[in-house]
Design a binder for this molecule. Structure first.
Ligand SMILES: NC(=O)c1ccc[n+]([C@@H]2O[C@H](COP(=O)([O-])OP(=O)(O)OC[C@H]3O[C@@H](n4cnc5c(N)ncnc54)[C@H](O)[C@@H]3O)[C@@H](O)[C@H]2O)c1
Ligand SMILES: O=P(O)(O)OC[C@H]1O[C@H](O[C@H]2[C@H](O)[C@@H](O)[C@@H](O)O[C@@H]2CO)[C@H](O)[C@@H](O)[C@@H]1O
Ligand SMILES: [Mn+2]
Length: 454
């Protein structure tokens, strides 16, 4: 392995999460020493708004760390040891389409779940593969990409198929956020929780929550039966989670566990298990993308403008589990700490009754050569069946992207639990093809009017 201090590049440097992640890096400099931070984005203008805020965060902690802002991949990745990826291909304007198009057809409109997630996947797989190639070309031979770019399940499967040897670790902060709330309910720091969990990204269940060897899930069940997975101080722990949509999401753990109390679900299961309820309460003219643009993005951009004008940076971004988690994972990769974290990995038998090569989310020990998944055993038929259907939907979407197949895209949409009929699937897919014409690969039909297309 390489020795610190490290060169770290952030792909998607213009992200609203960049200042928070860099702040998390700054408070952990002793654990994860840095020589240079580089921001890389294909949208130089957006990145140039965020960059001065990031530079201020760095300079408040260190005068010696070199700071580079670029749209040139060679500058961004040459000799880099770590790349944190957080690209939103198509930005918020396409997230808005992902959410609003399905809703127009009475189907869940969500960033990573249902048709919206599939559409986002079709946009992101190839740019993510391109990122892997750029890192392979320019970065240190042993560099790690730690990837947050969504939809993480589909991105992970796409990269597994197209670049099986890439050193990419796909992660999600949702289980960690759930553990933060569990810790708050139990009155225990989240780092003290040791959990068992099985599933796919944004589609899984906690089966045990150990504190000093004792399973505290029974206590959590009692709390959830009253309040969901929400704590009174949720707003203080993470201001974003005081947004109405997040409060509702944490509350929805209750109805799910009222029906299936054994395991504690990932909050994203609300979209698959109670889609009608979700659609009924979603405003088709104002979705989460609008909430984020009017909230997180606006606040950060306003702070950047204020800082430029006055030299004073208002409190405008949140440093929470999102930044802390990626730094924890990077430390474990860098120093072979073998810490146990929930990550997205190739199954290889960890979930005994799911395919060997499925990209699953389970606990794993993070070594300098990557994750070593922990065996979760065989899962019950109910969960296995839900998982297999979701896995098939996501795998068909990846195949549709690779082969440019309209039929496989339609199968992916039809198989998704959020989509009631094949007619809904086709209507949504056709609208999405139109909306994504600048982003998606061409999808060719193998059959038209009952005839095979030559
Ligand atoms: N895995 C997780 O649990 C998790 C958690 C939070 C956010 N995310 C993801 O992090 C990403 C950033 O979220 P955000 O809300 O800050 O979005 P954002 O739009 O503010 O930032 C994303 C940035 O990525 C850039 N980008 C797009 N395509 C690119 C490419 N090919 N190369 C380099 N940069 C590119 C955009 O120009 C933009 O500046 C999204 O993919 C989001 O879904 C994931
Ligand atoms: O709607 P957004 O853009 O606010 O969030 C979408 C992301 O939600 C999850 O991440 C949360 C995380 O759970 C929470 O603790 C905190 O850090 O905020 C994050 C953003 O709200 C989810 O895991 C991501 O995949 C989504 O992109
Ligand atoms: Mn996630």
């Amino acid at each position: 392995m390489f020795k610190p201090p490290f060169i770290l590049s952030i792909a998607g440097g213009g992200s609203t999460y960049t200042p928070g992640i860099v702040k998390s890096l700054m408070v952990r400099l002793e654990d994860f020493p840095l020589a240079e931070i580089r921001l890389y984005d294909i949208d130089g203008e957006r990145q140039s708004v965020i960059a001065p805020v990031v530079e201020k965060v760095i300079r408040d902690h260190s005068q010696s760390i070199k700071f580079t802002v670029t749209t040139d991949p060679e500058v961004a990745f040459s000799g880099a040891h770590f790349v944190f990826a957080q690209m939103r291909v198509g930005q918020y304007k396409m997230r808005e389409q992902d959410e609003k198009i399905p809703l127009r057809h009475g189907v869940v409109g969500q960033e990573t779940c249902g048709p919206g997630g599939l559409a986002y996947g079709l946009r992101t797989i190839l740019p993510m593969v391109e990122l892997c190639d750029l890192v392979e070309r320019y970065a240190h031979q042993k560099a790690w990409i730690v990837n947050y770019s969504n939809p993480a399940a589909i991105v992970a499967e796409g990269v597994r198929r197209l670049r099986p040897n890439a050193r990419v670790l796909n992660i999600c902060d949702m289980p960690v956020a759930a553990m933060r709330n569990m810790g708050a309910i139990l009155g225990v720091d989240r780092h003290k929780l040791v959990v068992d969990y099985f599933g796919l990204n944004h589609f899984g269940w906690f089966t045990r929550v150990l504190v000093d060897g004792e399973d505290r899930l029974p206590e959590l069940r009692r709390h959830i039966a009253q309040f969901g997975l929400l704590t009174e101080d949720a707003a203080q722990t993470d201001p974003q989670h005081s947004d109405p949509s997040w409060v509702k999401t944490w509350r929805h753990i209750k109805p799910i566990m009222d029906h299936f109390p054994e395991y504690l679900p990932n909050p994203y299961l609300q979209y698959y298990l109670m889609p009608n309820d979700i659609v009924e309460h979603q405003n088709p003219d104002y979705t989460r993308a609008n909430e984020v643009m009017d909230g997180r993005e606006k606040k950060l951009f306003a702070a950047a403008a204020e800082y430029k004008k006055t030299g004073i940076l208002p409190d405008a971004f949140h440093v929470g589990v999102h930044g802390a988690f990626i730094v924890d994972v990077a430390c474990s990769l860098a120093f072979d700490l073998r810490q146990r974290h929930l990550v997205i990995v190739e199954n290889k038998g960890a979930i005994a009754n799911l395919p060997y090569d499925a990209m699953v989310e389970v606990p794993a020990y993070i070594t300098s050569e990557g994750p070593e998944p922990v065996r979760m055993g065989a899962v019950p038929l109910f969960h296995q069946t839900l998982l297999m259907q979701q896995l098939a939907s996501e795998q068909l979407l990846v195949e549709a992207t690779i082969e440019g197949s309209y039929e496989k895209a339609l199968q992916a949409f039809t198989l998704n639990r959020t989509v009631p009929t094949m007619q809904h699937a086709k209507a949504i897919l056709d609208d999405m093809i139109e909306a994504n014409r600048d982003y998606w690969p061409q999808l060719q039909q193998a059959w038209k009017d009952g005839e095979a297309v030559k």
